[in-house]
Design a binder for this molecule. Structure first.
Ligand SMILES: NC(=O)c1ccc[n+]([C@@H]2O[C@H](COP(=O)([O-])OP(=O)(O)OC[C@H]3O[C@@H](n4cnc5c(N)ncnc54)[C@H](OP(=O)(O)O)[C@@H]3O)[C@@H](O)[C@H]2O)c1
Length: 236
């Protein structure tokens, strides 16, 4: 039977996929804590918290405070992410560090808190927004893809640690989705409201891994198997 969420944290609720998740969860009657640096959706069932995920030291106390404010927790979604533009000849440590800080270290800091709480409770759902970009080392964005590969591997480890205790750990792998992050993407983009709907459906079903939309699973089934010399020539 699909899981119903009553109390949720969405990290990265100010824009794109995270913002849509906050809106849809709140509309379903779930009490939602939305976190980000910028303005976030307002309305019934939504509490907002100004937060920069690179303020790692603040995360354990903030997590506990939000659980008290909500009166419990059954869902954590980590949706924060950055993907600065990178020129083909650019190797910027500053940009790379920003991606590692937000996409990797912020994710670990938040998901560790939820894993500990949910593991002790023997219930709960952790959803990580990864990306198809983590499936191969592609030329245009070396560190962005690597952060998403890290996140997927980390989430699989969490699942293998606490899945048997009744905790669902769901890795979401969107393809190009119509959000501000993908503004420069030429080509088809999946509508963000439908992406959020499919993400919540995967979370409620407790899926291990979900490509969004599912057709991405077919495309990346092939891309994951392309020989390295071919990937080098394709440069996509
Ligand atoms: N759009 C796509 O095509 C696509 C495809 C695959 C995967 N994804 C992944 O989906 C997730 C959501 O991306 P999106 O497309 O919805 O992008 P978006 O519209 O740019 O939203 C990114 C979110 O991350 C938050 N964030 C960034 N830096 C942060 C920080 N230091 N502290 C707290 N929050 C921070 C932003 O909040 P503030 O700036 O307000 O802090 C914002 O809410 C990301 O992990 C992204 O990698 C996106």
């Amino acid at each position: 039977m699909p899981q119903q969420f009553h109390r949720a944290i969405v990290v990265g609720g100010s824009s794109g996929i995270g913002r849509e998740l906050v809106t849809q969860l709140a509309a379903s009657g779930c009490q939602v804590a939305s976190l980000a640096r910028r303005d976030q959706p307002q309305g019934e069932n939504i509490r907002t918290y100004a937060h920069d995920v690179t303020d790692f030291a603040a995360i354990p106390a903030l997590f506990q405070q939000i659980c008290l404010d909500l009166g419990g927790l059954d869902l954590l979604v980590y949706a924060s992410g950055v993907m600065p533009p990178v020129r083909p000849d650019e190797f910027s440590f500053d940009k790379d560090k920003q991606m590692v800080d937000v996409n990797v270290l912020g994710a670990v800091a938040w998901c560790n808190e939820a894993a500990q709480r949910f593991g002790q409770a023997g219930s709960g759902t952790i959803v990580g927004i990864g990306s198809v970009a983590g499936d191969r080392g592609r030329a245009p964005k070396p560190v962005y893809g690597a952060t998403k590969a890290f996140f997927e591997c980390y989430l699989e480890s969490l699942r293998n640690r606490i899945g048997s205790k009744g905790v669902a750990v769901v890795t979401i792998k969107p393809g190009p989705t119509d959000t501000p992050m993908a503004a420069d993407h030429v080509g088809a983009k999946f509508p963000v409201a439908e992406a959020a709907r499919q993400i919540l459906s995967a979370a409620r079903a407790g899926k291990r891994v979900a490509y969004i939309p599912w057709t991405m699973a077919l495309a990346f089934f092939i891309i994951r198997r392309l020989p390295s010399p071919l990937m080098q020539r394709l440069k996509f």
